[in-house]
Ligand binder design. Structure first.
Ligand SMILES: NC(=O)c1ccc[n+]([C@@H]2O[C@H](COP(=O)([O-])OP(=O)(O)OC[C@H]3O[C@@H](n4cnc5c(N)ncnc54)[C@H](OP(=O)(O)O)[C@@H]3O)[C@@H](O)[C@H]2O)c1
Length: 390
């Protein structure tokens, strides 16, 4: 078996996890030669001589053939990964922000340098979604991918609903458990889910889309009244990332809080778990489920990528890399829009209004909105306005 010499960047939640796993499993025939971190003063659960703060100790070491990049700084990660690929090293990364923002350039570097760049852990933690989309769903016509792809917001929404926790306490618990990004606004504002969705879209549909072109609303604008509305209707609220493709090949990529029935498949996905529904012509609907965050679930995906390097596995992107978006969304959906009285909401944004409610403290309207109109309304960016999809 080919022995892999690894240079590891990062020794945080995931980095230390993969170090432990690789150290304990000698049958994996891997050797971590160096670990580069940022803060030389921190106490580490590994021999001191392994650590360095100089990236070149890994990048310039010709005996290191694999770089595992697990740092929490997307810009620094991009420089590290680019240099490693250009030096002919294969790279495993979990950095969805860095990948979503530089996807095409990274794929081209992988091809040019004839190495592998794998990132299963960047999307849905332990769930093998990318390799499934690449290999299994290579021939069947995919119609949609819909799912809960951010473990941290799912954990927060679950704790708020089932244990009546405040938003602040639930977020703190998500951070303490290692589910949240160091900068939690990436999770709660939906940025992390958008980054993951853009990576999914390339592997599912062969379409390249900038995270900026994905419609986005996180969970921070949700109010008690919205949760009350959901409970009255027997529904729960989840942050859902989805992309559908219509017969004319238009795509509708959107990350938005969504009402769902508790008993429906995604309604059963709670805490830090992720779940993804894949809709296709032949297989109809299939469901992938597993832990989406945390030390060992994420390490499991990193480990799987490291193992795949033994047989030189690469993402082939056989569905192509077409421009994913042409500036317009060709779909409409039913939404609930909630706000405090006094806010001058332009209700003509709705194509039709189904229900409207007004009290002295809160108002809401439900009805159909075209996604173009929703984008132009400014409601997605407004923290005073709740926008929830049905
Ligand atoms: N946590 C999860 O559940 C999870 C799930 C999926 C994907 N991910 C992704 O995995 C990556 C790591 O996440 P994490 O939760 O393990 O982060 P973390 O616990 O915050 O650890 C980050 C590590 O990166 C190191 N670091 C930061 N900047 C650096 C630089 N410029 N050079 C070298 N090292 C640097 C830090 O060094 P010091 O120790 O010296 O501070 C720390 O060891 C991120 O891209 C994240 O999005 C995480």
């Amino acid at each position: 078996m080919k022995k892999l010499n690894i240079g590891l960047f990062g020794f945080g939640v995931v980095g230390e996890g993969i170090y432990q796993v690789l150290s304990e499993k000698s049958q994996l025939q891997t050797h971590i030669k160096k670990i580069v971190i940022k803060d030389p003063e921190k106490k580490r659960n590994a021999p001191a001589e392994l650590f360095s703060i100089d990236p070149n100790e890994i990048l310039n070491d010709e005996t290191i053939d694999v770089v595992v990049e697990l740092i929490d700084d997307a810009d620094a990660a991009f420089e590290i990964v680019k240099t490693a690929l250009n030096k002919g090293k294969s790279v495993v990364s979990a950095n969805k922000k860095m990948i979503a923002e530089n996807h095409l350039e990274l794929i081209e570097l992988q091809r040019k340098n004839k190495v592998s760049f794998l990132y299963e852990a960047a999307v849905c933690g332990s769930i093998p979604i990318l390799r499934n989309l690449e290999e299994y769903y290579n021939n069947d016509l995919l119609n949609y991918v819909n799912g809960i792809v951010n473990g941290s917001t799912n954990y927060i929404l679950t704790k708020m609903r089932s244990e009546n926790q405040s938003y602040e306490n639930a977020l703190k618990a998500a951070q303490e458990n290692g589910f949240a990004e160091r900068n939690p606004t990436l999770d709660v504002e939906g940025v992390d889910a958008v980054n993951k969705l853009s990576i999914i879209i390339l592997h599912a549909f062969g379409r390249l889309i900038s995270p900026d072109d994905i419609l986005k609303k996180g969970i921070t604008a949700l109010k008690n009244e919205d949760f009350k509305y959901a409970a009255e209707k027997g529904l729960i609220i989840k942050l859902i990332a989805g992309c559908a493709v219509d017969k004319s090949e238009n795509i509708t990529p959107i990350v938005v809080p969504t009402f769902i029935e508790k008993s429906k498949t995604l309604g059963l996905v709670n805490n830090e778990y992720n779940g993804v529904l894949i809709g296709s012509d032949l297989a109809d609907e299939q469901f992938l489920y597993g832990k989406g965050a945390g030390r060992y679930p994420t390490s499991s995906a990193v480990l799987s990528d490291i193992s795949a390097l033994r047989y030189n596995y690469k993402y082939e992107l056989r569905k192509g890399i077409k421009n994913g978006f042409h500036g317009e969304y060709f779909a409409e959906k039913k939404f609930y829009v909630g706000f405090k009285p006094g806010l001058d909401l332009d209700k003509s944004t709705f194509q039709n209004i189904e229900e409207s409610y007004q009290s002295k403290d809160y108002e809401y309207v439900t009805g159909t909105i075209s996604l173009n109109e929703l984008k132009n309304s400014g409601w997605l960016e407004n923290p005073e306005i709740s926008v929830i999809s049905f």
